[in-house]
Design a protein. Structure first.
Length: 289
């Protein structure tokens, strides 16, 4: 069993569901399993994710998010916060509250980092968030973000480029770097060079660009993007090495998804396959491009 010795505190502002694993319900436990202390702030509380077609619960307003963050600030602990992680934004007002939280944390700890998972849409579905959110992410959140974790569709939207080849994907990543983020993880990347039975991830910072290729699994599951963003962010903060963070996070999420596919489960098996989060059964190496 691995022993985690590096203390880390992260503020995670995302949606939450009681049943299943998306948003904070997909990000918090993997981080905790890694030994990270997580301070979750929920933007919604739903019974289940909306992919089921029906759900119950409540969307919280920007005022609630600000109140919760202000309460944490009153405890005098934000100077110990190493980073902020955000995911789906229910509206531009929620996004503004998240960026205010980031600014508050960075005032308390100038070394804190912000990782934005820019949830906008996906290949085949197009943009599925509310009007105004994609524009807010591109014009506001990208300026504040240190790290971003788009999928291929979101990379293309944010960069204004198509990433059909690895060369074009790297050009798109460079264009997004120019918007502000110093570290980028691209998930679910399939270019002309990607074999049909594989899927790629691309990670880039000032030290270079790295690719991780894993076998493609036959499953359609929610929450994997939320989990990989959390894992990558924590691993990168710990090691400072983007290739290493990509390999660790990618190997872990592959292991969890492989066990999910094997079980034929309809929800990602983060708890049942939790050993994969710290000791992946199969370790993939990141290739520097």
């Amino acid at each position: 069993m691995s022993v985690i010795v590096d203390a880390m505190n992260l503020l995670s502002i995302q949606s939450h569901v009681a049943y299943g694993h998306v948003g904070n319900a997909a990000a918090v436990f993997p981080l905790q399993r890694m030994g990270v202390e997580v301070w979750p702030v929920h933007t919604v509380q739903f019974s289940n994710h909306t992919g089921y077609g029906e759900w119950r619960g409540e969307v919280f307003g920007a005022t609630m998010i600000r109140d919760v963050v202000a309460g944490i600030e009153q405890r005098g602990v934000l100077g110990e916060c190493d980073g902020v992680l955000s995911g789906y934004m229910g509206g531009a007002d929620i996004g503004a509250a998240i960026l205010d939280a980031v600014a508050t944390v960075k005032r308390a700890n100038p070394g804190a980092q912000y990782c934005c998972d820019p949830v906008i849409g996906d290949a085949g579905r197009g943009v599925y968030v509310r009007e105004g959110i994609p524009e807010f992410i591109k014009s506001k959140a990208m300026l504040a973000a240190d790290f971003i974790t788009p999928n291929q569709f979101e990379l293309d939207y944010l960069s204004g480029h198509e990433s059909k080849t690895i060369a074009k994907a790297r050009a798109a990543v460079d264009a997004v770097h120019a918007l502000g983020p110093r570290a980028i993880l691209v998930t679910s990347l399939h270019t002309q060079e990607t074999p049909d039975d594989a899927i790629d991830m691309l990670a880039s910072d000032r030290t270079g660009c790295f690719r991780l290729r894993t076998p493609k699994l036959v499953l359609a599951i929610n929450g994997a993007g939320d989990a990989i963003a959390a894992l990558f962010f924590a691993h990168y903060l710990r090691s400072g090495k983007i290739g290493e963070a990509l390999a660790q996070a990618g190997s872990s999420i592959f292991g969890v998804l492989a066990k999910t596919a094997e079980a034929g489960a309809s929800e990602i098996l983060l708890v049942a396959a939790q050993s994969e989060l710290v000791e992946p059964s199969r370790v993939f190496e990141a290739e520097k491009l």
